[in-house]
Design a protein around this ligand. Structure first.
Ligand SMILES: [Zn+2]
Length: 168
């Protein structure tokens, strides 16, 4: 990986931190100035345990941010894994993540818009209108009265979150 700048980008940094933690960012930074390297070399440079480095590389591999090549040593028959980071795929992974998040938020939004909920002040009960009717508008946990919960604040909060994700 040749440049540090992509890691300095706050959206990228936040995304990677959530995905692989600060240790993961340390691992990614250990690739700076290198085309490829081994997990053992990364462990040596970063001071992280080898199993932690491997776990992080595997998570990055699943998002195609990290890639590897296998090389077989002709004499010993040992396999060496040469890892590299593909910065272009960091952007793609962030885009995919944002799309997935928006899909989830939109589903939640639709659910909130289409359903009326009844709640109890004890905090244990949140049921649909039909379920509340079945229970005679009494809480199953404490027997208290179920009251209509106004969803408009939640709907606004979800809408706000969607626009934040769409336009960070
Ligand atoms: Zn209750």
């Amino acid at each position: 990986m040749s440049e540090n700048s992509i890691l300095e980008h706050s959206v990228v940094h936040e995304y990677l931190k959530k995905k692989v933690g600060e240790e993961g960012i340390v691992v990614i930074k250990s690739f700076l100035g290198k085309e490829e390297t081994t997990d053992e070399e990364i462990a040596k440079i970063t001071g992280l345990k080898l199993n932690i480095v491997r776990r992080i590389l595997y998570i990055l591999y699943e998002s195609r941010i990290a890639e590897y090549k296998r090389l077989k040593d002709k004499e010993s028959g040992w396999m060496t894994y040469l890892w590299s980071i593909n910065p272009k795929n960091i952007e793609a992974a962030i885009e995919n993540e944002a799309k997935r998040l928006i899909r989830n938020l939109e589903a939640r939004l639709e659910f909130e818009r289409e359903n009326m909920f009844y709640v109890c002040s004890c905090g244990d009960t949140k049921v649909s209108f039909w379920q509340a009717l079945e229970q005679n508008f009494k809480c199953g946990a404490c027997g208290g009265a179920l009251t209509y919960r106004d969803s408009s604040l939640i709907i606004k909060a979800i809408e706000r979150r969607i626009s934040e994700v769409e336009d960070p």
